[in-house]
Structures are given as structure tokens and as C-alpha cells.
Design a binder for this molecule. Structure first.
Ligand SMILES: [Zn+2]
Length: 449
């Protein structure tokens, strides 16, 4: 049976309620909401990508409101490329002078078997590294740096203005499908974001500023893009899982950037909660190829899942129900695939992703730890209720209006114990945010000299 869980952006409680009411036996869950998720959330409002790329209202772990709905300088945008190319910028000069252009120098990321991670965060597929990666990315700022000079100051530099350079350190990269940025109204199937942190060189960035570099991909018939292969081979389909690149595998990050490094620059935001503003964005105008097979594999990793509650103990003989207790997730296609992939990788293979700091910083992150703790505490008694439901005939899901209290309790335990669910991908997913109003912002073109 198919049913639709609660809409995104609601409180976890609402999600659990809807899940319990509608999904006693099986349900279709969108990316980031499936009950088999192992992803940890640092706090604040739980969120996921809406089916329509919709925005979010909520608070971070310190109860500070997100600015996704209220900010005026949000990302992504529909890049007015033809206008910018024609010199019709909204304000100021429309081009970034060659001497002020950002330079990227990325050596390959090389794995020793345990230091390059491919993570399904429940929000995206993200690559992180656990060693000092010697990338060299430099962003121009005015030579006369003041305590308030922002990382976006390059957008106000006139050609010939004296400039200094600050280092931007890549923290992680991840993907979105569809693309988040549009170019003259056109979507692309995939967009990659390399998230950089700037901590030195600008007093205003002492606590960390972000700059993101975006790469658009378009579908090519035929061969896979070999530059994506290592990542795609390790991509987990279960939220919260990490796979490690096998020893010797490498990601040639520099080559994932287009050969022609023309880009559009503007001031924007994180595209996920808390949607923090003041970021310097770069989006390359030359696109990279991705095969249909690779695109579909990505959309499976962020896919819709059919999940079934399994493995509950019987009401009368909780300790010897070997049938129901036999590691339910190992039998699901998605888990089996992940397990096989993990087995092929050097240890430590798959492990639960405790939402790495960089992931949390760039992708937001959230949930209700206190609520989960409460749910875990009451889980044992609820199992008996679950067992009763599992033994019931597989029939149409109970209508919302007919839900009973014990149905509600059922979903709570499911969230608290992801290993009691078997989930399989039954549809392609997506994880993009809709484009935001430009609101008069300067959009500049950098054309390689
Ligand atoms: Zn992103």
C-alpha cells in the first residue's frame, strides 16, 4: 500500500503521528523521513526537503529562528546569465576583474581506506575527509581590510582596485537533484556544492564565514562520468550511513571543476536550514556531464522508500521469537546492497553517521533529542502493540479519522528504533530548494582571462 507521510518542516511529533496513523504496515517515505534512518540530529526543528522545493520555518539548536522565509538574500537564485553577460548587472560593474577572480586548486582526495567518507546525511550525499587536505582556494578582498569587511566584498571591487587574498578551506562537498541554481530559467539534473570555510584573514570571519562553489551537471547519453565513479560506488542508500572510499581510491576534485572556470558570483545563503546569509557564491557557467545511470543512482540514494515494521517480539514469548528477531534489515534489498558495498570496502566500513560537524553546519540538521529519549524509554511496552498490528491482515491503512491512541504510540517506537524497519527504495527522490528572489542583488560574471 502507498500512503503519504506528514509534510516536511513540521515538528517531529507531527511526523510521528502521521506515520503511526497511516503506516502501521507499510508506507512510502520521502528522503530524510524513512524510519530506518540512522542519522543523528543536533537539535532544533526537524526538517527535510519538501516535494516542491518549499521553504522552511523553524529554529536551530539554540532556539534561534531560521531565516529561510524571512531573509532577503537567500540562495539559490535563477541566474540571469544573459543579462549579466550583456553587462546589465543590477548594480555596479557586472564583471569580476581578472585580478579579483577566485582561484581554485584542488589536489586529488586520496583514501587510505578510512579517511574519505561518503555519507548519506538524510539531507544529501556528502563527501568529507579526515586528513589535512592541501587544497588552495583564494578569494580576493579589498586591500584595506576593516573589522567589518565581509567575505563578499569582492563583489564591490572595481577593476584595478588594490586587493588582498584570503584562503578558503574546503570542508565538504555534496549534491542536489534537481539543481538548485537555474541559469536563465533552466534547471539541471544535478548540482554539486563545495563548501568552504574562511577563518583567517578577515576579522569579520573569525568565527567562520562560508563560501560555496557550485557545479552544474547535465545528462549525457552514454558513458558514466569517471570522476564521479568512486563517490557513486560508495553512496549509501540508508540515511545516516557512512561508507569509506576503499584504500587507494581517489576523487579528482580539481577535474570535477569545469576546464573553463568562468563563473557567476553573488551574495547568498546556505540553501538548507538555518539558511544563514552572507555567503559568497560561485556558480560555474560551464557544465559537467553525468550519465543517466549515475543520475538515477543518485536519485535512488535520496529516494522514496517503502518501509515495513519488522522484528517485533511476540507478546507472550519475547525472548525466543527467532523468526521475528532475525536482523530484519539484512534482508532488505537496500540494506543488503549497502552491506555488500560496505563489505567490499576496507574497514571501518559502514557505520552510523553521527552527523559530522561540517554536515550540520552546511546542511542544517535538527530534531528532538529529548523526545527521542522519551520514546526510547517507553519502547518496550509498545512492542506488544506492534506485534498485534503486525499479525493483523494486510489491509488498507486506517483512515486518519479512525486512528486510535495505540496507533499513535506505534509510530513513536518506530522512530526510536530504526533497525526494526525494513525499507526498500521504490521511487526516485530529490533534494533541492526552490530558487529565491534576487531582490536587487549584484550578480557578477567572471570570465577567465
Ligand atoms: Zn548544497
Amino acid at each position: 500500500m502507498a500512503c503519504t507521510p506528514a509534510p516536511p518542516r513540521r515538528l517531529l511529533a507531527a511526523l510521528l503521528l502521521a506515520a503511526a496513523i497511516a503506516c502501521a504496515q507499510a508506507c512510502i517515505w520521502k528522503f530524510g523521513t524513512a524510519p530506518d534512518s540512522l542519522a543523528k540530529h543536533p537539535g532544533g526543528t526537524h526538517w527535510d526537503h519538501g516535494f516542491n522545493g518549499d521553504d522552511w520555518a523553524g529554529v536551530d539548536a539554540s532556539n534561534k529562528s531560521w531565516v529561510c522565509l524571512t531573509g532577503k538574500r537567500q540562495s539559490p537564485i535563477n541566474i540571469p546569465f544573459a543579462a549579466v553577460q550583456g553587462g546589465n548587472s543590477t548594480t555596479g560593474n557586472s564583471t569580476v576583474a581578472p585580478e579579483h577572480q577566485t582561484r581554485w586548486n584542488y589536489p586529488p582526495l586520496v583514501s587510505n581506506g578510512s579517511n574519505v567518507e561518503v555519507i548519506n546525511t538524510g539531507h544529501t550525499i556528502q563527501v568529507e575527509w579526515l586528513y589535512p587536505y592541501r587544497a588552495d582556494v583564494k578569494i580576493a578582498v579589498p586591500a584595506n581590510i576593516t573589522p567589518s569587511t565581509p567575505v563578499t566584498a569582492v563583489l564591490g571591487l572595481s577593476p584595478g582596485s588594490p586587493a588582498a587574498l584570503v584562503n578558503a578551506t574546503p570542508a565538504q562537498f555534496h549534491f542536489h537533484a534537481m539543481s538548485e541554481h537555474l541559469v536563465d530559467g533552466k534547471y539541471y539534473p544535478l548540482e554539486m556544492h563545495i563548501v568552504h570555510k574562511i577563518t583567517n584573514g578577515l576579522p569579520a570571519c573569525a568565527a567562520g564565514c562560508f563560501s560555496v562553489t557550485g557545479i552544474l551537471f547535465e545528462l549525457h547519453n552514454g558513458d558514466d562520468n569517471p570522476l564521479l565513479e568512486a563517490i557513486w560506488a560508495a553512496m549509501p542508500e540508508r540515511a545516516g550511513e557512512i561508507n569509506y572510499l576503499p584504500a587507494g581510491a581517489e576523487i579528482r576534485l580539481g577535474e570535477l571543476l569545469p576546464k573553463t572556470r568562468d563563473y557567476v558570483a553573488y551574495e547568498g545563503s546556505l540553501t538548507t536550514p538555518p539558511c544563514t546569509e552572507g555567503l559568497l557564491w560561485h556558480v560555474f557557467t560551464q557544465v559537467q556531464p553525468i550519465s543517466e545511470r549515475q543520475w538515477n543512482a543518485y536519485r535512488r540514494a535520496v529516494g522514496l522508500k517503502d518501509c515495513t515494521l519488522m522484528g517485533d517480539e511476540p507478546a507472550a514469548a519475547a525472548d525466543d521469537d527467532s523468526t521475528a528477531a532475525a536482523a530484519p534489515n539484512a534482508t532488505t534489498p537496500a540494506a543488503a546492497t549497502a552491506a555488500a558495498a560496505a563489505a567490499a570496502l576496507a574497514p571501518p566500513a559502514a557505520k552510523a553517521a553521527a552527523a559530522a560537524p561540517a554536515a550540520a553546519a552546511a546542511n542544517g540538521g535538527a530534531a528532538q533529542p529529548a523526545a527521542l529519549a522519551t520514546l526510547a524509554a517507553v519502547a518496550k511496552d509498545k512492542r506488544r502493540l506492534h506485534r498485534r498490528h503486525l499479525l493483523a491482515p494486510v489491509a488498507a491503512a486506517a483512515p486518519v479519522a479512525a486512528a486510535k491512541e495505540d496507533d499513535v504510540e506505534e509510530g513513536e517506537e518506530g522512530q526510536a528504533d530504526p533497525n526494526e524497519y525494513t525499507c526498500k527504495v521504490v521511487g526516485y527522490g530529490q533534494n533541492y530548494r526552490n530558487f529565491q528572489p534576487i531582490n536587487g542583488r549584484t550578480v557578477k560574471l567572471a570570465t577567465a582571462a
